[in-house]
Design a protein. Structure first.
Length: 608
């Protein structure tokens, strides 16, 4: 959510900042703005809408500035208007600020500042912060920012510049990620490494409560309490090619097609066939500790929550350990019972999801061992958990998650194997599971080859206003995820249900105008699912079935069949979800939707 880019160096700042904003478009936004230090003063342009609107305002204007900050805003307080767009200024236009996050006590601060004579012009919570910095400013921007932040309640990632201190950017984070990019004679500030990747691969990830003062040739990190911190410079292992479309029409389609590769990355070096067990050293748990686990809680949001539900089925089936899956946004406000045998997993693609981070911190307060499953090295979850597993999916630019979902499920399968081998899974059984896991990437490639068939099915139903997705057992969460993908990017109302629950309400909706997607694989509940299909058919519903190759009976009972390879039941969601991703994509394309930047959504949800 929102995006920040800052630059100070010797090069022209404007093209660097605009390029950085475009790299951050995938995060979701509704306005954009930029401020440059030019001829001894701060000059700004900002506009509601896409970055090209901002570029139109800048067209034909000449700037020689080598310092500036820029922002894409996802509205929380105040509508997405030119006025509410960032940057925001103090009363004298001497200080400019961009901000990700939410200032929770902004109303009381606003009342205080207005009593002291400050003119508040916008509807945002952010503008309060720049006026608060102005209130404390006495020639030292870093100290003014530090003093202002001691008065703030909420979350923030900020970058601030002052006309009185050219060549300096001050940035700080609390609950909203910021990274410093370290170059040669230049430095960058960004909310995501994708914004700076074309300029440097040296990154310093700011920790909670840290402030960094940045000039062209150095940077100094301190805490709000004035404690100096030694920076940890890390090498960014993503490449520029990873964040380009690579010839695909959209990032989402590219990322769907990357899944054979990303799944191979998730398992590379982690399969020990001789012992039938996975190697997951990042968990930082010894075998005897794993054997003592008597309960697991998994907490996540959105797509990651669906991967967690699949993990619940896997772990309980194979390792026989009770598992609870909680929405992170609810977990943090409950009083969960956590004992010595409880292990908690948090799952997040970005590693910065605000609700998931809050759940992690709440669990740690209660003494839980907390492990993370995430994609981004250096993210908050990666740093704050006791251990975990990276999914190695590479940058995911499309807002609607695809490859991160399957990589999360694959990692949960690896964890399931490990826990199972600690208990009741024999070497031979573990070996067979690993063989099935190893075949999954090739099987995904096989499904991707029938994309044209799925596109034709999308053509038949893209004008529909409602979809129902049904699955049973471990494929119920896959039905939830398929429905989520469709509504995220096509804006069609779609619901996922356990197939047997259809009779308890949703069946009332079924008629000839209701497409019903059914995951009907050859497993222990296949006959039950076929009965559910008959119930839909009796009410003139149009059925799209996901079935196993070799199922010769189903074609006569449904309108369309998408065949996928066979695998072990616990791994089937890794295959059944692929056609559902492609179906959602092609429906959205036919409806003319913004695939990679669906309305109202953000890639990394860093506010509650």
């Amino acid at each position: 959510m929102c995006g920040i880019v800052g630059y100070v160096g010797e090069k022209q700042a404007l093209p660097i900042l605009i390029e950085g904003l475009k790299r951050l478009e995938y995060r979701g936004y509704d306005s954009a703005g930029i401020v440059l230090f030019e001829k001894g003063a701060l000059t700004a342009e900002k506009a509601a809408g896409k970055i090209n609107h901002l570029e139109e305002l800048l067209r034909g204007k000449k700037y020689n500035s080598t310092q500036g900050i820029a922002h894409t805003r996802w509205a929380t307080h105040g509508e997405p208007t030119d006025l509410n767009a960032h940057p925001h200024f103090d009363c004298k236009n001497n200080i400019a600020l961009v901000h990700n996050g939410i200032i929770e006590n902004y109303r009381s601060l606003k009342a205080l500042l207005e009593r002291q004579g400050h003119r508040i012009l916008t509807d945002t919570d952010t503008e309060i912060l720049v006026h608060l910095i102005e209130q404390y400013y006495e020639g030292d921007l870093t100290e003014a920012v530090r003093s202002a932040l001691t008065q703030v309640e909420g979350t923030y990632g900020i970058a601030v510049i002052s006309a009185g201190e050219p060549g300096k950017i001050v940035a700080a984070r609390q609950g909203s990620p910021l990274v410093l990019g370290n170059g040669d004679g230049e430095n960058f500030i960004a909310s995501d490494v994708s914004a700076i990747l074309s300029h440097t691969k040296r990154a310093v990830y700011l920790n909670e409560g840290e402030i960094v003062t940045v000039t062209a040739d150095k940077f100094v990190i301190t805490t709000i309490d004035k404690v100096h911190r030694a920076p940890k410079v890390e090498e960014i292992d993503w490449t520029l090619e990873m964040i380009e479309k690579g010839g695909f029409d959209h990032f989402m389609l590219k990322e769907i097609h990357e899944q054979p590769s990303t799944l191979r990355n998730a398992i590379r070096g982690r399969l020990n066939f001789d012992e039938g067990i996975t190697r997951l050293n990042g968990l930082n748990l010894q075998y005897d500790q794993l054997r003592r686990i008597d309960r697991i809680i998994i907490t996540a949001c959105g797509t990651s929550y669906h991967s967690a539900l699949i993990g619940e089925y896997m772990i309980e089936e194979i390792a026989k350990i009770p598992v609870e899956v909680e929405y992170a946004s609810e977990f943090r406000y409950r009083s969960p019972i956590i004992n010595d045998g409880t292990l908690l997993f948090v799952i997040s693609q970005s590693g910065e999801t605000a609700d998931t981070l809050a759940a992690l911190r709440e669990a740690k307060k209660k003494g839980a061992t907390v492990l993370g499953i995430c994609n981004v090295v250096g993210s908050s979850i990666a740093r704050e958990t006791d251990g975990g597993v990276y999914i190695h999916a590479g940058p995911e630019i499309g807002v609607a998650s695809t490859k991160a979902f399957t990589s999360q499920v694959m990692v949960l399968a690896l964890i399931t194997n490990l826990l199972g081998r600690m208990r009741n899974l024999s070497v031979q059984q573990g070996h067979e599971m690993l063989e099935a896991i190893q075949r999954i990437p090739d099987q995904v490639e096989q499904i991707l080859k029938i994309e044209d068939q799925i596109k034709e099915i999308a053509r038949a139903y893209y004008r529909s206003n409602n979809f129902l997705y049904l699955g049973r057992g471990i494929n119920f969460p896959a039905a939830l995820e398929g429905a989520l993908k469709l509504k995220e990017i096509s804006y069609i109302h779609a619901e996922g249900y356990p197939a047997a629950e259809m009779k308890h309400g949703p069946i009332a909706l079924i008629d000839e105008n209701m497409p019903v997607v059914v995951i009907a694989l050859k497993d222990s509940v296949h006959d039950k699912v076929m009965s559910n299909i008959a119930e839909v058919k009796a009410r003139n519903g149009n059925i799209i079935a996901i079935a196993n190759e070799g199922d010769t009976e189903i074609a006569d009972r449904v309108n369309h069949v998408i065949y996928i390879p066979r695998t072990r039941t616990i791994l089937t969601p890794l295959l059944s979800i692929i056609p559902l991703q492609l179906l959602a994509y092609h429906v959205a394309v036919l409806r003319g939707c913004h695939i990679d930047q669906p309305r109202n959504l953000a890639k990394s949800v860093t506010v509650e």
